[in-house]
Design a protein around this ligand. Structure first.
Ligand code: DAH
Length: 339
């Protein structure tokens, strides 16, 4: 009898759909005139032993009903709330995720490569761990030559090759010149962009930095080709108003050698406190030395060429007037986000 009643109550509560229906069930059993309330009244007249027994059972039923109703009440309220308040406006604009960008140096490298690609230069990369021969001796800088002092070189302990000399971290991309010549594919239009290493550290020099080295070798190449190529690049990278000039200089691996200047990006060549006389230095260049051609297995009687090697960071710093190279390696988001 009692278990039947339990099943019946359970069923009634579980199938209730509204709060009102649930309330009716509660009143039916637990209200003032409810079945359970009445039953409590009725057992009062029973002998004490029986009364205690019946009382226990009734209390269990009462607790059961209360628990079932509370659970169902929660369920119905949750469903009602979902329907009424929790709606989604699919037309509302979304939250944009933060967007990053390629590092400024990567961007600059790609821009440089794209400009030279337009005039037929192919991008290549050569080892950063290099032999003395490719970085110095083969470029006409014999051991102990004082010119080597300008390339404050990191030597690698215990790394030496009988033919090519000591192992070093390449101090410039010029080491790619001989490696390119060794491919024996003439004419050459090479653009070697790579990391270089030197023992240096101040606002315009970092121990690790990037250079881009150009090398063109063909028949009947002269200085005007060099001037035209580098002028084309400057105008593409800095804007059409930029003028370039070449100044005599000295490098062991070029003859004649030059430094290439561009009109100052701040004063447009009029002269200001940054440039003094209207010109800013871009970097070195020159006609490839006949000895270097011969070291690369190319006949200097038949072929000639020009080369240049400039700093990637320096170029970027000139264009955007950045005062300290270390900003480019710091990972400082306040700085990086400005570009
Ligand atoms: N390798 C030189 C340096 O790191 C730059 C350079 C000068 C490269 C003249 C060249 C060149 O190709 O022709 O300072």
């Amino acid at each position: 009898m009692e278990s039947l009643a339990r099943e019946k109550i359970k069923k009634a509560v579980v199938t209730a759909k509204t709060i009102e229906e649930l309330e009716k069930i509660r009143i039916k059993y637990l209200g003032r005139k409810g079945i359970v309330t009445q039953a409590f009244k009725e057992i009062k007249s029973l002998p004490s032993e029986e009364r205690i027994q019946e009382g226990k059972k009734l209390n269990q039923i009462k607790n059961l009903i209360q628990t079932l109703i509370a659970k169902k009440d929660k369920e119905i309220k949750l469903r009602n709330r979902n329907l009424k308040n929790e709606w989604l406006d699919v037309t509302a604009p979304g939250l944009k995720p933060q967007q990053g960008h390629l590092h400024l140096i990567t961007q600059t490298i790609r821009e440089i490569a794209k400009i030279f690609q337009k005039i037929g230069f192919n991008r290549v990369r050569y080892p950063e761990i290099e032999w003395d021969w490719y970085a110095f001796e083969g470029l006409n800088m014999p051991p102990n030559h004082p010119a080597r002092d300008n390339w404050e070189t990191f030597f690698i302990q215990d790394l030496e090759n009988k033919k090519y000399g000591k192992g070093i971290l390449t101090p410039h991309t010029s080491s790619g010149q001989l490696r390119e010549m060794e491919k024996k594919q003439l004419p050459i239009r090479m653009l070697n962009i790579a990391k270089c290493y030197r023992r240096q550290s101040d606002i315009s020099h970092a121990p690790m930095f990037y250079q881009f080295e150009g090398l063109l070798i063909d028949k009947d190449i002269n200085v005007s080709h060099l001037k035209g190529t580098l002028d084309f690049f400057s105008k593409q990278y800095f804007g059409p108003k930029r003028e370039t000039r070449i100044r005599p200089f000295h490098f062991r691996f070029t003859e004649p050698s030059f430094e290439v200047d561009v009109t100052c990006v701040i004063c447009n060549g009029r002269g200001c406190s940054v440039c003094k006389e209207g010109w800013l230095e871009l970097g070195g260049a020159g006609m490839v030395h006949p000895k270097v051609l011969a070291n690369g297995g190319i006949d200097p009687q038949k072929y000639s060429g020009f080369a240049w090697g400039w700093g990637v960071e320096r170029l970027f710093m000139m264009k955007y007037k950045i005062p300290d190279i270390r900003l480019l390696f710091s990972g400082d988001l306040d700085f990086l986000k400005q570009f």
